[in-house]
Design a protein around this ligand. Structure first.
Ligand SMILES: [Mg+2]
Ligand SMILES: [Zn+2]
Length: 253
């Protein structure tokens, strides 16, 4: 994984825009779909509910997770500390987890959006501060296949769950899987980065994107930061916004 130090963050953005893309062109969808990279958050963006929160509530044997959740929401602790502590309160076997996860619905417009993007030559990525196993199981039970997921990992032994954080970024104290690192991948230079999210785990990464679809606390955060975004209620809005996006580069004249 190629990572640009935080101090060079602005340079990256300059490079990205200096590589030929004009914000007005992006906003007017004058950029071909194939020139874009699409990043989707999972919890409460693709899934209808915040799965991780619901799962913790469902399987927790004590109330300690609530204290951690409040501290995380208040920005007092990062996701890694929060998740480590919260998983410690859970008791669930792999079988129980699969049974629970199989009942979770995703936004039906995620399918349609996938078809649309794939037709345009785009393979979107799911970036999540939740866990691969949870997301994979839910997608499978909703008949979604072949989407790459960049998320934290978990080990389930008997009824104990422990986390592994392969994408930890030392420069960020907020995220366990710092989505910013994925967007700042060197393969992305010259690409138009499109981000779809809803909450706190999207705060970092969405600031790196050229076009952001935001709702809830992410929308509020971007408003405070003065960053432009497209407000959406659910993925139907995102689908509708992407529907007319050209597959081929349009002539600017
Ligand atoms: Mg979310
Ligand atoms: Zn981060």
């Amino acid at each position: 994984m190629f990572e640009i130090p935080v101090s060079q963050k602005t340079d990256f953005l300059v490079n990205a825009t200096a590589s030929g893309w004009d914000m007005a062109d992006i906003a007017a969808r004058r950029v071909a779909l194939a020139q874009c990279r699409f990043y989707f958050d999972f919890d409460h963006t693709i899934s209808k509910i915040d799965v991780l929160d619901d799962m913790i509530e469902h399987f927790a044997v004590d109330r300690q997770w609530r204290v951690l959740e409040e501290e995380w929401q208040a920005g007092k602790i990062g996701s890694e500390e929060c998740l480590r502590g919260q998983l410690r309160s859970l008791r669930a076997t792999r079988r129980q987890l699969v049974d629970y996860l199989s009942g979770i619905e995703i936004d039906p417009y995620f399918h349609r959006t996938l078809v649309l993007l794939r037709r345009g030559g785009v393979r979107p990525l799911i970036v999540s501060d939740s866990f691969n196993f949870l997301i994979e199981t839910i997608l499978k039970s909703n008949d979604v296949h072949g989407v790459k997921i960049l998320a934290n990992r978990m080990r389930v032994q008997d009824d104990r769950i422990s986390p592994v954080f392969p994408y930890r970024n030392a420069a960020c104290g907020r995220c366990a899987n710092c989505k910013t690192s994925h967007l700042r991948n060197e393969d992305n230079l010259g690409k138009v980065l499109v981000y779809v999210g809803d909450g706190r785990s999207d705060f970092c990464a969405s600031l790196q994107a050229h076009m952001v679809f935001a709702k809830d606390s992410l929308a509020e955060h971007l408003r405070q930061k003065g960053k432009k975004f497209i407000w959406y209620k659910d993925l139907r809005d995102v689908y509708e916004a992407l529907k007319g996006w050209p597959h081929e580069q349009k002539d600017r004249s």
